[in-house]
Design a protein around this ligand. Sequence first.
Ligand code: PBG
Length: 326
Amino acid sequence: MFPAQRPRRLRRTPAIRQLVAETALAPSDFVAPLFVAEGLSDANPISSLPGHFQHTISSLHDEVKTLLSVGVSSVILFGVPATKDEFGSAAWDRDGVAQVALRSLRDAFGDELVLMADLCLDEYTTHGHCGVVRTDGSVDNDATLELYARVALAQAEAGADVIAPSGMMDGQVAAIRAALEGASYDEKIIMAYAAKYASGLYGPFREAVGVEIAGGGDRKSYQQDPRNRREALREARLDVDEGADIIMVKPAMTYLDIVTDLRRELDVPIAAYHVSGEYAMVKAAAANGWIDGPAVALEQLTAVRRAGADFVLTYFARELAEELAR
Ligand code: PBG
């Protein structure tokens, strides 16, 4: 007897494997997260994100140039302000670091670049929360929405193509959409961090932006509970109804079921954010010689696409784009 089906026939050569591959991963599927800090004279390496920096405007331009040259034409920008206050006012200041950087990238690269702006307040507030904190320590949802609307307008005015609210306040997409439409910014894309989980994997990011949540607090009253799957669909549907153009899931690897659910249920583009902790784990194990870093990175990001994401926000963008070009 011989086996009637021999799946191995389709795996014999690289060319056959390429022919029958179900998933493709290309540099154009990546969005590179970038940090720009106020008041630096030189780019400042982020130790928990090897290969990443708090950028000056000048080093930011160099990085974007390199990304474009390897086929990565989308970036998401995070600002690190020199001063913070209770409400995070630097987030909507016309001369705030993120707005200055957005404007200069827009001027330098035009429409060649898809320019995304993360919209949140935690980098800008003294207490490190994503919104307005009441005297009892809770986060005031609706007071926060007013501030998000201001930030969205500042980012739109500075030239962002995509506004990406990451604070997980109820109604944030509607508030931002209304503000944008009210100011005739009808072409601005909203990419909603729709299903953003209260994850332990954001640690290196918080180092990168210098955020510490006051009193050892957490974000569990606004970010999602990792035990919940159905709830992600509810969040995502609300965001689409409120005017989101793209839905994002975050983190990526631990939430592939969510990516698959949203892909099946919705007809908007789905993104996933392979977050700082996911990057750092691969980098740390690779530095110890325990895994082949680029191979694992490629495997993970391919899995995100296989699960149903159209594109991936990843700190591996540049490195893997270079790898894929080889
Ligand atoms: C909030 C925000 C966070 C990340 C992106 N936007 C941090 C948080 O929710 O605490 C995390 C990204 C990462 O870990 O790579 N401004």
